[in-house]
Structure formats: structure tokens, C-alpha cells
Design a protein around this ligand. Structure first.
Ligand SMILES: [Fe+2]
Length: 277
């Protein structure tokens, strides 16, 4: 199973598309009705969709797999009119989180190390991370990689996390992370955004769980996007970390100790993309 895409609804698609294509590095992958699709340099037909809507929302977090893999979660009940097509279904988590599952399909990779390859994780704000984790494990068949005081890291393949749940007072999409070729590509991406007047709201830095490097920005539609690289891979022998294992020393919020987080901006941005009731 692979994290494939995130489906967003926003009022102003044009400035968001401009940002994603010209600065962030995504590639247009067609449109259908009010929806525009964007791909990365990897083999997914698309990794982000933007649908024009009256209010911002997150319509779905989408995973792709074989029919056999999908069968462990549910039964395809429709075909989706998206690049790559596919049969699939949607299920809802305990706080209305929409997880879409679709049959996997692949396109030719692009040879451009400045472009995001694919999504590597989506972080979801949750008022009950225990319930969200339980749903991901019991209903979606995913595995827990680490638990910290504030977060639960969940994997669906060898990558340390494809999903994470962050403790919050509201349920929403916290951010989506785009996997870059390497740390250099993350740094160059951060520079490209800064040149265009977009300061990172957090980073560059290196996370604890997953050990990935990061740089966070706020996209024009108000939600948070992350450049990341070097996320660790784990296997069945990985010992699930506990909050005790993941304590920072005072003043630290990442391994490098050089990053500052603009919590005013990030907290506001985390409220923008809610799952629809
Ligand atoms: Fe992240």
C-alpha cells in the first residue's frame, strides 16, 4: 500500500495552482470538472488534487494498492474519474477523516531532482489520537511506528510513516509532506521559496521519529506543506518508540537545534482544512 494523494477543496484554485507549479515544483496532470490534478516526479499519476469549492476542506487522504491489498480494508464500490483511473472506496475514521483507497497505477517517472517525487506523509490533527490510531491499525491494517507525547506515527509500508496523528483541540489536516530527492533538494527548495518571498514557518531541521529533514511553508490556500527527505525505513523488527524515547532536551524541537517554529502561523494554518461533516 502507498500513500498516493491528498484531495483538497479550496475557493481560489488559480493562485494555489500557480504556487504549486511555479514554486513548489509540481506538474499539471490534467483536470476533470472543477478539479485540477498535480503530479510529482515519481510514478504516481497525481499526488494532489484541488477542487474549487465555497470553503476550504480536505475531501480525502488517498492510498493506492493492489485489489488484494484493498480487499483487506473494504470492497471497491465505484470508479474514480482521476488521472490513472481506478476502482476504489472511501471509509471514515472516528472524527470524520476520509480515507480513500484506490487501485494503484503508475506513470513514467520524471528526471528532475528539483521536483517533489511524491507525498510521503499526511499529518492529521485529532482530538483523540488513541481512537484515530486504533482505527488506522484495526480498520486500515496499518502499523504503529512511534508514539510521542503529542503524535502517533503510522506506516502502511516500509516508510516510517505515511500518516501521523497530532493531538489537537480540533480535527483537521495538519500538513502534507512532499518527498524530495535528498537533503540538498530540500535546502534548494527552501531557498527557491525564500527567493519568492515565502519564509519557512519551521525549518530547515531534522525530525526525531522518522529522522527526516524538513522545511514547512504555508500555501496560498492557507494549509501547510512540507518539503522532506531521508525519512527512515523500518521493518517488522522496529521497536515502537514511546513518549519517553522521544523527549527533547530543553529548548530543542529537532535534532539540529537551529530551527524556530512560528507557532502562531502554523496553529492558524492547521485550522484551515477540516474534513467535511
Ligand atoms: Fe511532516
Amino acid at each position: 500500500m502507498r500513500l498516493r494523494s491528498v484531495e483538497l477543496e479550496i475557493p481560489d484554485v488559480a493562485p494555489a495552482a500557480e504556487f504549486l507549479e511555479r514554486l513548489w515544483g509540481l506538474v499539471p496532470a490534467g483536470s476533470a470538472g472543477a478539479t485540477r490534478f498535480f503530479r510529482g516526479a515519481g510514478d504516481h499519476p497525481y499526488i494532489l488534487s484541488l477542487t474549487k469549492a465555497a470553503a476550504p476542506a480536505v475531501a480525502a487522504v488517498t492510498f493506492a494498492g493492489s485489489l488484494e491489498e484493498l480487499a483487506k480494508v473494504g470492497r471497491p464500490d465505484r470508479s474514480f474519474d482521476v488521472p490513472g483511473g481506478g476502482q476504489g472506496f472511501e471509509v471514515r475514521g472516528p472524527e470524520g477523516q476520509v480515507y480513500r483507497f484506490i487501485t494503484d497505477s503508475a506513470v513514467e517517472r520524471l528526471n528532475d531532482k528539483a521536483k517533489p517525487i511524491q507525498l510521503t506523509h499526511a499529518v492529521i490533527n485529532s482530538t483523540d489520537v488513541e481512537a484515530s490510531e486504533r482505527y488506522a491499525v484495526e480498520k486500515l491494517g496499518f502499523k504503529v511506528s512511534d508514539r510521542t507525547a503529542h503524535m502517533r506515527f503510522i506506516r502502511c509500508n516500509r516508510k516510517h510513516h505515511a500518516l501521523a496523528y497530532a493531538k489537537s483541540e480540533f480535527a483537521s489536516l495538519n500538513h502534507i509532506a512532499f518527498e524530495m530527492h535528498d537533503m540538498d533538494a530540500v535546502m534548494r527548495g527552501i531557498g527557491r521559496l525564500r527567493d519568492a518571498g515565502h519564509e519557512p514557518v519551521w525549518g530547515p531541521g531534522r525530525h526525531g521519529p522518522g529522522n527526516n529533514v524538513f522545511g514547512y511553508f504555508i500555501a496560498p490556500y492557507g494549509g501547510i506543506v512540507e518539503y522532506t527527505a531521508e525519512v527512515s525505513e523500518v521493518d517488522e523488527n522496529y521497536k515502537v518508540g514511546t513518549p519517553e524515547d522521544w523527549k527533547w532536551s530543553p529548548g530543542r524541537i529537532d535534532h539540529w537545534g537551529i530551527s524556530k517554529k512560528d507557532t502562531v502561523k502554523t496553529t492558524a494554518a492547521e485550522k484551515v482544512l477540516r474534513f467535511r461533516a
